[in-house]
Design a protein. Structure first.
Length: 152
């Protein structure tokens, strides 16, 4: 056989299976597209109309929220009544707590001043201060002291 005859024979033998394969692939692709289209239509129908159970759940949730709101309103009214009953009974305690907090604040400022003086005496060249102020703790101290306008 001549080469062109061999080529014709091979082409004649492979053409039918290749054609069948192409038809099978085309049919399979069409079926997959059809399935995808059906799935998309189902999803669209679900999104277009709310689910019945969801509506019922929302209605039930609304009713529960209304009940909780009425309970909270009653609790607030009760608390307001109790506060009116107590009146100014806490005035003395608040004044005493303010005095104690003022005293503690003064003690803290005084002890901070003493500690600062000790640190200046122990570190006249401020080497320790420089190393502490460049550390994370020192940066936090600077931030807080600048916030209370102690360190400028």
């Amino acid at each position: 056989m001549l080469p062109h005859e061999i080529g014709g024979l091979v082409a004649g033998l492979t053409a039918p299976p290749a054609t069948l394969f192409a038809l099978a692939a085309l049919t399979s692709r069409g079926r997959r597209f059809s399935d995808s289209l059906t799935d998309l239509r189902i999803q669209i129908s679900r999104l277009e109309r709310p689910h019945v159970r969801a509506e019922a759940g929302l209605a039930e949730l609304g009713a529960q929220l209304e009940q909780h709101a009425s309970v909270l309103e009653a609790a607030v009214a009760n608390a307001q009544a109790q506060i009116r009953e107590l009146g100014g009974g806490f005035g003395g305690e608040v004044t005493e707590l303010e005095k104690i907090s003022g005293t503690l604040r003064a003690q803290i400022v005084e002890s901070n001043g003493a500690i600062t003086a000790q640190a200046r005496e122990a570190d006249p060249d401020e080497l320790l201060s420089a190393s502490l102020l460049t550390a994370d703790v020192g940066k936090t101290y600077l931030l807080l002291s600048r916030a209370v306008e102690r360190h400028k």
